[in-house]
Design a protein around this ligand. Sequence first.
Ligand SMILES: [Fe+2]
Ligand SMILES: [Fe+2]
Length: 330
Amino acid sequence: MVATTKTNRNQRGNSEGERGRTHFNQAEYFIARTLTMLLERQPSLLPILEEFACFDAETLKHSLDVGQITARTLNSCAESFSFPIPSEEIVPHIEAAFFEGTFHDVGKSIIDSKGPKESRIALYPELIEGNGHATPAQLEIIARHAPLGAQMLTILNKEGLLPIEFAPNVIKSAEDHHKKPPDLQRTHNKGEMILLEPQSQIDTLKQTIFVLSDMAEAMRAPRTSRNYYAFPPHTITQVLSAECTDFLIRGILGDGSADSLTIARFRDQIVGYVMKALENLDGVVSQRDYNLQDLPMNGFDWRPVNLEQGVILPKLSEEVWKIVSESGEI
Ligand SMILES: [Fe+2]
Ligand SMILES: [Fe+2]
């Protein structure tokens, strides 16, 4: 894989005029800004992000949003004077959360063993069926994206397909993002949930915020599986609050005997931070049809073409499914 560098688009004859588009909606500007921030930190990610954008704009937007919400929520926790975990313990996880969120759903691009194109079709069964609902069998196929994503990133590292390595925490997040910390109820997820082992305060906090951010972003998006219905903020707040059980809050507080008033205050604080991060992302409700072709990327030569021309995702799909068929398990 050729290392990607920050280049001037005009040097390659890609003036705005030739690209043909000069107006972008607010959500597209947000995507461009977030991608630019990521690429500033790690330019080698450009090829895989381009292919991920070709796979499905909605999944890319959701993933970038989850990274942003998680990072911003952790930042709010670190800035709070009354937070039970010291800021120096939280701060190192903020940057990491940004990358973890971006790649947590990457396994969706290979949920069908035939490849990314077929996986995109499998990801939206309601569009094929036309009744707005997925069958349990279809949901089961979608649910395997977490372990598949972790495998993908592991192989990416092993085969050296990019001139960078994904850190273990990014792979672990892809693997664990549908697992719950003890007692966190995933009411929105119909798949089977696996309990995580009891963790330290900071790990419980991180996992909780990740899960809540993923849930909140999914709820605010007008998903086709809900016939484009998007949940209003007050409903999202209620659901997130219900997820944060007393047991879980006590785990984050590190105080098994915390009283109910302390727990209620802390629950409101955490959920409030997630909701603030969610509301500050962009003013446009999500939609399926972002045009990611000509994003104003401030110097990065962003060129998602189409899914058929992808190299990395098809290769990873082949490798991962070879392992799955040999081992017989996902
Ligand atoms: Fe997921
Ligand atoms: Fe997700």
